[in-house]
Design a protein around this ligand. Structure first.
Ligand SMILES: [Zn+2]
Length: 245
């Protein structure tokens, strides 16, 4: 039995909850989803993932749950909420909002986010190619935008090209590794600089305007972010080009 001294209110939650093993929580939640089905065997395992991902699968009559060890010390109501979410995935019946809300509220807690950030830094390996592509140099692009929009004051993160020519992710900023990664799709003489500049500018704004956390809510593109993005001179033209991708 772990210590649940988090101060999270447990009113309204079955008192049984506090005395259950993870397997017992999953068995109880399973009962709610499938009251007439024979109870399968449960195996709940905490794994050293690089983030808070969790997985569930039904295999030869047993339910196997793999949970990030980041959640090993989570209060019982949070473990229960996750059980509803995962069981809902398994049986394609979304969990009640109360559970997804409770779970998100926990993940959004400052101390939990901080812990996840550290673990990602330590465990998550990151390949960053370096700024020089075969046609464009990301450092040049970054610094020209830095001068134009940030008075040259934005500290330059690691810059790299994606491994493949990703169309689904044109760019992203990874705060755990302080890196901006741009899709290699832009590294062609046939691709106009303005499209690459726009994607880079968008990721630079993520550096400038961090994600806002408020309760269970997480706002990635804040109002300030959106306002600042409108200042990009070739916005319309760039968006037209990206539409082809
Ligand atoms: Zn964005």
């Amino acid at each position: 039995m772990q210590d649940h001294g988090s101060g999270l209110a447990v009113a309204g939650i079955q008192s049984a909850l506090l005395f259950e093993t993870p397997e017992e929580i999953y068995a109880r939640v399973f009962r709610e989803f499938k009251p007439r089905t024979t109870l399968p065997a449960f195996r709940v395992e905490f794994c050293r993932f690089a983030n808070a991902d969790s997985f569930i699968r039904l295999e030869s009559g047993a339910i196997h749950v793999r949970i990030s060890d980041l959640l090993e010390g989570a209060p019982a109501p949070v473990a229960e909420a996750l059980a509803y979410i995962l069981m809902g995935k398994l049986f394609r019946r979304p969990a009640a909002r109360i559970y997804s809300h409770r779970y998100r509220l926990y993940l959004n807690r400052r101390d939990v986010r901080r812990q996840m950030h550290l673990v990602r830094q330590i465990r998550g390996r990151k390949f960053v190619s370096g700024p020089q592509g075969s046609h464009y140099n990301l450092e040049t692009v970054f610094e020209s935008l830095n001068g134009e929009h940030f008075e040259g004051l934005l500290a330059r993160p690691q810059l790299g090209w994606s491994r493949g020519k990703s169309r689904s992710m044109l760019g992203h900023f990874d705060p755990s590794h302080n890196a901006i990664i741009i899709s290699r799709i832009f590294d062609e003489s046939s691709e106009p600089l303005i499209a690459l500049e726009y994607v880079m500018f968008h990721e630079m704004l993520h550096l400038r305007y961090p994600v806002e956390h408020n309760g269970a809510r997480r706002r990635v593109h804040t109002r300030e972010f959106r306002q600042a993005e409108k200042k990009f001179a070739g916005l319309k033209e760039a968006k037209e080009i990206l539409r082809r991708f």
